[in-house]
Design a protein around this ligand. Structure first.
Ligand SMILES: *Cc1c(COP(=O)(O)O)cnc(C)c1O
Length: 373
């Protein structure tokens, strides 16, 4: 199924929905008593929530997490009730009515979030579903532990709110030995044990958290990255299926020789006779400039180094070692996938897979495969 195919797109992004569903099932086997939800914020990490979320819902995923109201509204059109859509960043006074009408469930992070949702519950004349977020050590979003305890100690402060989830978020889940993981676990257990939360499902784990061990899994998990094929702490171990592929066609080939240079700033001095291929992917497509002169592509089994700077719409690769029949104008160069895993590409860009995925550009032709009902 091709969702979008911009005319003349010179690069193709392939998203394997079947692999996402399979990764979701594999995470479920790690924690059989846990409902595995899905973080689909930021357009499912750039992969396209409109395709990813319904594929997961068809497979039985029920809980979806987005960051913003707008993301929740888009998702609600694709995922009818009973899919639950949690909005992590809370609820503003402006957003409350729209959020209720779309049956989105805000995660309440601050006293102001609570006040806005309570006011909406009064207008609606009925209690409204919400999640509560306790910050156990990331110091980013949610009620500090002491404030959380004070809140729960006075039931009237949650009047009109039907608490459906008690959650916290780990700061170091991709570092299993980090002492903060167990500290956060203990704080979360303590915070969620309050009698006011009796029977309320608990959620602590993102992808890394699920891999820390069963004690981190609780009732609901919120993985993102692992669904999209990247194992947080041992990428490439093969526990998950790769999801993302990026391929571009060669626009032009040229032979160069010393003392030629390649690209802006003449930053790549050619040493001897080399063949240079140009493909139409650049930093405006999210292929980050930091990979200039250090990243690579693949043609068949041959690794082809990126030479020169990445420019806005183009990059150049040294294809001297590629057999000539695999390397003509129009031949495909793999930039992500098929032996070139996303975590390696991210490392060449001096960043993390999350950032690479969420920057994937709008000029690619996007192809979705697998994941049917
Ligand atoms: C983004 C996010 C997740 C998902 O994290 P991954 O590391 O991609 O699994 C889970 N919970 C919260 C609060 C998040 O912001």
């Amino acid at each position: 199924m091709a969702i979008s195919d911009p005319a003349g797109a010179a690069a193709r992004l392939t998203v394997d929905l079947g692999a996402i569903v399979e990764n979701w099932r594999r995470l479920g086997r790690l924690a059989p008593a846990t409902a595995i939800g899905a973080a689909v914020k930021a357009d499912a990490y750039g992969l396209g929530a409109a395709a990813v979320a319904p594929a997961l819902a068809r497979a039985g995923c029920r809980d979806f997490f987005v960051a913003h109201l707008e993301e929740g509204l888009v998702l609600r059109r694709l995922l009818p009730h009973p899919a639950r859509i949690f909005v992590l960043n809370g609820v503003s006074a402006m957003a409350a009515a729209v959020m209720r009408q779309a049956r989105l469930i805000p995660i309440l992070n601050t006293p102001a979030d609570i006040a806005h949702w309570q006011a909406e519950a009064r207008r609606a004349g009925t209690p409204l579903d919400a999640g509560l977020h306790v910050d156990t050590g990331i110091n980013r979003l949610g009620f500090p532990v002491a404030e959380f305890a004070a809140l729960l100690a006075e039931p009237v402060r949650l009047a009109g709110i039907a608490v459906r989830l008690a959650m916290s978020h780990l700061a170091c889940s991709d570092e299993p030995a980090h002492p903060l993981n167990h500290l956060q676990l203990e704080r979360f257990r303590g915070a969620a044990e309050h009698p006011a939360l009796a029977g309320v499902p608990r959620s602590l784990a993102n992808s890394g958290g699920l891999l820390l061990g069963p004690e981190f899994a609780f009732d609901v998990a919120r993985p993102g990255l692992a669904l999209y094929g990247v194992e947080p702490r041992a990428p490439g171990r093969g526990m998950l299926l790769p999801v993302l592929g990026l391929e571009a066609d060669i626009l032009q080939l040229r032979d160069v020789d010393a003392p030629d240079t390649v690209g802006y700033g003449a930053s790549h001095p050619v040493r001897g006779r080399r063949r240079v291929a140009t493909v139409a992917v650049g930093y405006a497509d999210g292929y980050m400039r930091a990979a200039g002169n250090c990243g690579a592509g693949l043609i068949g089994a041959t690794e082809v180094p990126i030479i020169g700077r990445i420019s806005m719409d183009l990059m150049t690769l040294d294809v001297t070692d590629v057999p000539i029949e695999q390397c003509r104008p129009g031949s495909a160069v793999t930039l992500i996938g098929n032996g070139l895993p996303l975590h390696r590409v991210a490392a060449a860009m001096d960043t993390i897979p999350y950032e690479v995925m969420t920057r994937l550009g709008s000029r690619f032709a996007r192809h979705y495969v697998g994941g049917e009902a």
